[in-house]
Structures are given as structure tokens and as C-alpha cells.
Design a protein around this ligand. Structure first.
Ligand code: PLP
Length: 393
């Protein structure tokens, strides 16, 4: 039946009909352990009762009115997110790419206000920011960009985790207005930006009057062991992009800002029909309330250490394993060879994983997994990687 779909994905030969917590069931009743969470979306797992109840109740009451009118649930979610993030204002949208689009537009407004006519945004090698034209341009993946030229003007790419490259760019390029960066690169292979890197970026942005715009679409909402990854470096960004984990599966994105950046948008500057509608906002509120109530950010930190330790015990000494790394429940196992085949082998072993940047096994399990489920992930993924490396030798 996939002939009617544009072939944007090479899909795995399985579809799921039901989920509960960290588990999914296919049409034949087979049960799979979900160590991917729909790509860092279902942080609370599948069919979380708080989210289900909120959506059922809201669906029966009011889905959508548009942003022409007040939306109390949206206001409430904005206040909650600001309280947890240290940001001051929120623009709600429907995806990560849209959140980054809003950030890019903010950088342009910021620059024009300062008389910069051709503003430049610094972006990183191996970055991922989305698939719209501007966010695709910001994305550091030539293959993803191929065929979509001409790309958008006003981006300069530099290496990730490299403060000297920032200083060099500052000398070479006029009109820099902002830095857009993921605190931990997700699609790029679970590359962790060090705390020194993030504080160094903050310092440079302060000195030069640039906006620090953090793309926490994947790292946000407790995933890395704190509500937002930048909190572990003790800094605040000027602009913050959220999406994936914010709705636990309800599509919702958000662009948050503070200080002058929060005041740039005026009526008519930007907009969206669906963004922050009552149903999506209600899902976001159920997520934020559940994250707080069960301190799932702290739990993610604890589980992340347990998983990293488990994988180090299991795989650490193996030749073929280059690195085991991550933050919280954003984990990567880098191998010395392409390992895309592991995804299908994992499916046969009834566990859902992902491979990114060709050689990195990526794990993004739900924040609600039990200790036993964490052990099961270590065991199943450990065996898969061991067998994979043994068979290829
Ligand atoms: C997934 C992702 C995006 C894009 O989000 P969409 O909802 O697919 O548009 C942007 N940035 C990062 C860091 C992501 O992981």
C-alpha cells in the first residue's frame, strides 16, 4: 500500500498497532522493546496515562480555534516552559524545523535592527536542524542538501566543539548575528558539546553581541538528564528550539527567547495556523507536569550512567568499538565500520534502535524505562553489536 506515498523513507518491514510504556506490538502480536521512542519523541513512553487522559478530555472539549483568539492552555504551557528554561517568551509551532525557522527569523530581525544588511548565522559541521529550505541549509549534511539548490544565503559552517573556529570565523566574516548549535548533535552521531564549549560560546556571543541559539529539539525535555542540556553547562541561551519530546507524539514545537530577542516579533511578523492549539498545548502540559512530578530528568541522568556503564562492561574492550558516549538517555556506540545492517538485525531481535552517521548506533529510550528494561537494552544491544562485529571479521 506504500505506492500512494512519496518515497521519502526506506521503511522497515514492520508496523505497530499498539504501544504501552517502552513496548510496541506489531500486527502479528510480536512485542518489541522500544529503545528509540519514535526518535526522541515519546519520552514518557507509549500510551502514557496522563497524556492519554489529557488528550481524550481535550478532544471532547475543544481542538482548535486559531491564534486569532486567546488560548489559555497555550499561555499556561508557555509560562511553564519559561519557568523551567529561564526563557521569557514562547512562539509555538508544529515541528522542530519550524522552531528553528523562527529562530533564524529572529536572528535576521536582530541583525537588521543593528544595521546589518546581510546577516550571517554560524552553524556546525554534522549539524541537523530540519528539512525546510533554511533549516536544510543550516544542516551540515551535503547528501540531504543535494538537489535542493539554491540553498538559503547567510550561513557559515564551522567545526563543532571548536572555539578557535568561532574566533576565526569572527575575523573572516562580517555581519555575524548568531550561532545556531545543538548542545549534543543527534543525527550527526551523538557528539557531545563539552561544557567548556557551551560556556565559551556564551562568552563569545556576549562579547560580540551575537545571539546564542540552541537547538534542543532532540536534547530537550529531560532527555539528557536535565530539562535542557545547557543547564548542565550553567548557561542560558538567547533563543531555544524545542519540539520532539514536548508533545510525547502530539506534533508541537516551540521557539523560546529572552531579553531583546523575546521582543523582536510583533503582530504580523510571524505566525502559524495550528501552532499551540488547545489539543497540542494540552499534550505539552501533560508532558511538563509528568516530567516534574516524577523528576524524569534526574531519572534520565541516572539511567544514562547505568546504560553507559553497562555498555562499557559489555563492549568496552572489543576491537571494532571506537567509542561509547552520550548524555542521559541520548546514547551512541560508535563502531569502526558502517553498521546500518544492525537496524534490521535489531528488529529480528525485537528491539528498536537506530544507526546514524553510518557508524553510530543511536539509542533514545523512553525516560520511563525500569531498571530491568535498561538491563534488557544493554543485553540485547550488547549481543547484537558483539554478533555484528564477529560476523564481519
Ligand atoms: C529532529 C530534529 C529537528 C527537526 O525536527 P522536525 O520536527 O523533524 O522538523 C531539528 N533539530 C534537531 C536537533 C532534531 O533532532
Amino acid at each position: 500500500m506504500q505506492q500512494a506515498l512519496m518515497q521519502t523513507y526506506a521503511r522497515l518491514p514492520v508496523s505497530f498497532h499498539r504501544g504501552e510504556g517502552a513496548w510496541l506490538w506489531d500486527s502479528d502480536g510480536n512485542r518489541y522493546l522500544d529503545a528509540l521512542s519514535g526518535i526522541a519523541v515519546c519520552g514518557l513512553g507509549h500510551a502514557h496515562p496522563a497524556v492519554t487522559r489529557a488528550l481524550q478530555e481535550q478532544a471532547a472539549r475543544l481542538l482548535h480555534t486559531s491564534n486569532l483568539y486567546g488560548i489559555p492552555l497555550q499561555e499556561q504551557l508557555a509560562a511553564t516552559l519559561c519557568q523551567h528554561s529561564g526563557m521569557e517568551r514562547v512562539f509555538f509551532c508544529n515541528s522542530g524545523a519550524e522552531a528553528n525557522e523562527a529562530a533564524i527569523k529572529l536572528a535576521r530581525l536582530w541583525a537588521h535592527r543593528r544595521g546589518i544588511r546581510h546577516p550571517v548565522i554560524l552553524v556546525m559541521e554534522n549539524a541537523f536542524h530540519g528539512r525546510t529550505l533554511a533549516t536544510l541549509t543550516a544542516t551540515g549534511n551535503r547528501k540531504a542538501q543535494q538537489g535542493f539548490e539554491p540553498l538559503v544565503d547567510g550561513f557559515v559552517r564551522i567545526p563543532f566543539n571548536d572555539l578557535e573556529a568561532v574566533d576565526a570565523a569572527a575575523r573572516e566574516h562580517a555581519g555575524i548575528a548568531a550561532i545556531l548549535v545543538e548542545p549534543v548533535q543527534g543525527e550527526g552521531g551523538i557528539r557531545v558539546g563539552t561544557n567548556d564549549y557551551l560556556t565559551g560560546l556564551r562568552q563569545r556571543c556576549d562579547e560580540r553581541g551575537w545571539l546564542l541559539m540552541l537547538d534542543e529539539v532532540q536534547t530537550g525535555m529531560g532527555r539528557t538528564g536535565s530539562w535542557f542540556a545547557y543547564q548542565q553547562a550553567g548557561i542560558l541561551p538567547d533563543v531555544l528550539s524545542l519540539a520532539k519530546g514536548l508533545g510525547n507524539g502530539m506534533p508541537i514545537g516551540a521557539s523560546l527567547a529572552r531579553g531583546e530577542a523575546a521582543e523582536l516579533m510583533q503582530p504580523g511578523s510571524h505566525g502559524t495556523t495550528f501552532g499551540g492549539n488547545p489539543l497540542a498545548a494540552r499534550a505539552g502540559l501533560a508532558v511538563t507536569e509528568t516530567l516534574s512530578r516524577y523528576a524524569l530528568d534526574t531519572r534520565a541522568a541516572e539511567l544514562g550512567e547505568r546504560l553507559q556503564d553497562g555498555f562499557r562492561d559489555r563492549l568496552g574492550g572489543l576491537s571494532g568499538v571506537v567509542d561509547i558516549r552520550g548524555r542521559g538517555l541520548m546514547l551512541g556506540i560508535e563502531l569502526d565500520r558502517p553498521c546500518g545492517d544492525l537496524v534490521k538485525q535489531a528488529l529480528s531481535a525485537r528491539i528498536l534502535i537506530n544507526v546514524t552517521a553510518e557508524r553510530v548506533v543511536r539509542l533514545l529510550p523512553p525516560l520511563i524505562i525500569s531498571d530491568d528494561e535498561a538491563e534488557l537494552i544493554i543485553d540485547r544491544v550488547g549481543t547484537l553489536v558483539q554478533d555484528f562485529l564477529a560476523s564481519a571479521n
